[in-house]
Design a protein around this ligand. Sequence first.
Ligand SMILES: Nc1nc2c(c(=O)[nH]1)N[C@H]1C(S)=C(S)[C@@H](COP(=O)(O)OP(=O)(O)OC[C@H]3O[C@@H](n4cnc5c(=O)[nH]c(N)nc54)[C@H](O)[C@@H]3O)O[C@H]1N2
Ligand SMILES: Nc1nc2c(c(=O)[nH]1)N[C@H]1C(S)=C(S)[C@@H](COP(=O)(O)OP(=O)(O)OC[C@H]3O[C@@H](n4cnc5c(=O)[nH]c(N)nc54)[C@H](O)[C@@H]3O)O[C@H]1N2
Ligand code: SF4
Ligand SMILES: [Mo]
Length: 767
Amino acid sequence: MARDRRARARAGAAHGPPARQAGGPRRIAADRRARGGLTVMRELKPSFCRCCINQCSILVDVDDGHVLAVHGNPDNPQYQGYSCIKGRSQGAYLSAPDRVLRPLRRKADGTHEEVTSDAALNEIAESLVRLRDRHGPRSIASYWGTMASVGNFGAGMPFFTALLDAIGTNMRFDPNTIDKGGKQSAQSFLGYWGAPAMGFDRPDAILLIGINPLLTYTGFPSGSPKRWLAETLARGCQLIVIDPRESHVAAQATHFLQARPGNDALIMAAILKVVIEEKLYDRAFVDAHVTGLDTLRTALHSIDVAAVADTAGVSANLLADSARTYARARRGYAMAGTGPHMSGFGTLIEYLVLVLETICGRWLRAGDVVKASPSLLPAFSARAQARGPDPDWALAGRMRVRGLKQSRAGMPTAALAEEMLLPGEGRVRSLLCWGGNPAMAFPDQQRTIEALKSLELFVTIDPWFTESGKLAHYVLPPPMGLEVETATIFMDWLSGRATGYGQGQAHAQYTQQIARRPQGSDLLEEWQIFYELMVRMGYPVEVLPFGRPPEGAKVRFDARPSNAELLEKLTEGSRVPLDVIKSNRHGHIYDDGLIVVQPGDPANTARLEVGHPEMLAWLSEVVGAQSARSPSNEFRLLCRRENHVYNSSCNRRVTNKGRFHNPAFLHADDMAHLGVVDGDEVELSSELGKIRALVSRDDHVLPGTVSMAFAYGDAQNPEADPVLHGASPNRLIPTDRVYDPYTGQPRMTNVGVQIMKATADQSLHDA
Ligand SMILES: Nc1nc2c(c(=O)[nH]1)N[C@H]1C(S)=C(S)[C@@H](COP(=O)(O)OP(=O)(O)OC[C@H]3O[C@@H](n4cnc5c(=O)[nH]c(N)nc54)[C@H](O)[C@@H]3O)O[C@H]1N2
Ligand SMILES: Nc1nc2c(c(=O)[nH]1)N[C@H]1C(S)=C(S)[C@@H](COP(=O)(O)OP(=O)(O)OC[C@H]3O[C@@H](n4cnc5c(=O)[nH]c(N)nc54)[C@H](O)[C@@H]3O)O[C@H]1N2
Ligand code: SF4
Ligand SMILES: [Mo]
């Protein structure tokens, strides 16, 4: 029994086998031809995967609405047959016995019972009205998670926004401020260029900071990241990677800086120093569109490249050479991932990244073509001119805790639990959660659970009975990806979000509903739930489609539309007509009539600010703390992602091959020092709490660090067997010690932890 546990634990190999390319679809097509003439129910239908941000074009082998298999679609020009284990396994999700098929309502004893969607919606609407009238709109908070965006976002989000607008609450949260929140907040200090960046369009150099696109589909264009990287490197592109772990992408880098975690602001400052001192920046662009370079140059006097390299544990020559390589390239882009953004300095690091991009002139100019122009959204106007920083970075939303405010990154999600627990006027008393799992995802899990338990109304829209769902008053199950007709509106939105996101080209695809919804189920699509709540709360249903200016015309719905009607309405005025997109069933790249960047207004005097005093003051604090090292017996806990799961989604036997837990990946030297071998149980503890995990050797991680995925564990029973459930790093991560003051994002990586071999007593606890 114990040996069995160990064997399963060991299955957590560090670098799994490469994702298999689909070989199946053509075979089935041949099969169908051989059976030609017969009326076969079995068909191979084109669609796209909604299990993750990559949204692969797929072929679904369906028999009378029942999914038999999913393959990558070789006939799609962008994905060219690419798919991964999560997407190929989705037939099993649809027919899983533990899928929630009818709404659940929590009873007084804490267990849940099934109710009709009509009853659930009536009761929820009634509670919302009561809360609004008694405690004000602010008592109603919302949270949409990752599966809201990758699911039927194009339809769901406009209706969600309409509902929240009608209620009048600005307590609207999403994962951005516990992810890479610094991306948007940093723009407030730099300002904005009126056109996108060069991004994925033919880079000669790529700088990746704490991001692993080969596995996470962020930082490279959607499609096959492996193929794109191979082609890009073959063109001679230089790849610079900064990561304390030799990640999959780091293994392919031309320049790999295996830096100690938490040093990215210093490293970026050192890179800027080299670029500026050696005059490698784009002088014409800087002269025309940038201000603050002298202030920045002066601030960088205190940066000593050799000392930074020493602090970060990297070669000073390689660091300087990386800076030169990046700046000398004609085209390129830099992308900071969750590693730096989770280090507590997200806004500062991203600001320095944007400064590098700006002085290297990585923005599109007049006459350049926007390769990733949206297809299902209206064309936007791109203009080669700057708009200055936001005078005050803060937007309307206010937290009552720690003076935190809404920024362009959104509301500070890491402070939501505190907000819920703080008595007094304005307290958040309810949460509408869509496609998210706060009990797993929010840092400081203990406090999050206490907060969720304190709510008067907690509704979650989720096809699974998750750790969050267990605490919810209502679980409303939606249909899953393949059961919904939609189009790739999300990808158009994503491509416009920031450099390093979305598609490299103007790809779009429409999909019919492919799979039949389970018999006897009572499922509502998310937009239908929001529609029904608006109706029941007595609000008119007025929706602003995506991609329209805030003052744009809303679409009014006096009756619930069909999906086909809805899609028509929401894509009105799209750059490519919906009909055309529908007719190309396998997806297509619409590179006729791409957006062209227009010349800037010669009278425009606005400049991009590369010497913002607030950011430079923060940098100088970081420089001042440079030599402070953590105690030597402490490990630094690093964030990490895995191929076979998507945060808390897709962790099923078909994808995990029987390894349900998240190992603590350690370097062999550290394992020897701790006296542990593969599969041993260890206890990790921080100032906040303790978890137990199974060790897995991974010599790609820097000695002194421990690398662990999140979104595992039994949220309410942390003593549960780590072999069967894994453990939640969020029990070790406080929200209110070190955090980004603009986004509230706490330090979620580079967290100091002690590691001890678990005593026999502990590890036998649930054997
Ligand atoms: N310690 C630590 N904490 C982290 C992170 C970390 O690296 N370390 N990462 C952070 C990041 S980057 C993020 S984005 C957040 C993620 O935070 P969340 O988005 O809150 O977490 P997920 O686990 O992605 O939640 C997705 C939910 O959607 C549900 N779901 C699955 N399919 C569907 C569907 O078809 N429709 C609907 N409506 N729901 C569906 C899943 O069951 C799951 O409950 O977590 C953050 N928290
Ligand atoms: N297969 C799969 N794909 C996913 C997800 C998933 O769960 N599975 N999740 C999705 C989500 S929500 C997101 S936000 C993205 C995240 O995508 P990524 O940001 O690519 O996430 P990771 O692969 O964890 O890469 C983060 C890297 O940062 C490094 N790191 C840790 N601390 C530091 C530091 O202080 N400095 C530096 N420079 N590096 C550091 C880690 O070692 C790790 O290699 O992935 C998305 N895609
Ligand atoms: S889960 Fe993501 S990478 Fe995998 S098939 Fe689906 S969209 Fe593609
Ligand atoms: Mo994320």
